[in-house]
Write a protein that binds this ligand. Sequence first.
Ligand code: NAD
Length: 366
Amino acid sequence: MIFEHLDTYGHEQVVFCHNKDVGLKAIIAIHNTVLGPALGGTRMWPYASEQDALNDVLRLSRGMTYKNAVAGLNLGGGKAVIIGDPATGKSEGLFRAFGQCVESLGGRYITAEDVGIDVNDMELVYRETQFVTGVHQVHGGSGDPSPFTAYGTMQGLLASLNRKFGNEDVGNYSYAVQGLGHVGIEFVKLLSERGAKVFVTDINPDRVARAVDEYGAEAVGLDEIYDVDADVYSPCALGGTVNETTLPRLKARIICGAANNQLANNATGDEVEKRGILYAPDYAVNAGGVMNISLEIDGYNRERAMRMMRTIYHNLTRIFEISERDGVPTYMAADRLAEERIETMGKLKLPLGRAQPRFQGRVRGA
Ligand code: NAD
């Protein structure tokens, strides 16, 4: 049963981590290391069953292979899940035992924060293994990736405007931004600095008030965001918001935002294309976060990070070209770009997957 799954998705290795004394039940999935060591975060979640946890880690690790490949990183795809409730199940022992498990893989898998895990948890993991990114700045880490993700989203937007309208005049278009969290509010700021008309919504009224007061945005209701007359719909909250119910309502000509898994399914992606809406594939647009933490491996540098974010523009342009070349929707073209890069690099037989991450300039300990 498990090997059938691994055959289907092409995973290289799946490791079950168990420590009875501290209650650790975790799974690390390494999907593909052709481009380099597998990088992907650790999620802590009270999964209803072990099978659910396994399904999630297999799906997410495969997603990281594609994301890292399209981002142009010399990194493969991996992910870890810890089965447990992040509100009640955390302990020093749990994270240190998990860190030992990561360490035992000798750098084939490099972890980071994901849902349910924060920088304090990672500090504990970091005590047991150096194969951690997203550590605190006091350790030479990269800190909060959100401003970089927002800046990367802007690069994706510029490429999309160019493709759709033949210019990059951000201020000439209007935007519907859904979600004003860490990334969304930064993105609104970048849009307003360029003189754009921005409609915003969030379940948190304080965040809406900030966007209105500080950046001159216009507030709309949670559901109303799908009906506003905006040129660009920018999902920056949850996944699955482009679906059969919302799509007929959207007036936007472009979908470009930071949220993960924006399309409810592939059929929605096909329908988006049919309607003549340009979809900027989410995992190419929001790669700023993973690009930023990846730089910790060779010694973090902010200038390099900003330069790297700008490559998102070219990645999107390439995706649009492949979409046209092959006559396929952009979501499919993004996958092809990833697969082509992995295939080409695989033929070069670079020993990247076995290269030892260096983690220069970082300090361990308190
Ligand atoms: P966040 O939790 O800080 O912000 C999410 C915001 O969405 C919150 O303000 C929340 O109130 C709002 N929200 C939730 N449900 C909503 C709804 N139904 N309608 C309107 N608003 C709603 O998260 P974030 O770090 O800003 O990330 C936003 C999205 O981008 C997520 O999908 C995340 O996975 C993705 N992403 C983030 C990063 C990063 O660097 N933070 C990197 C890659 C992808």
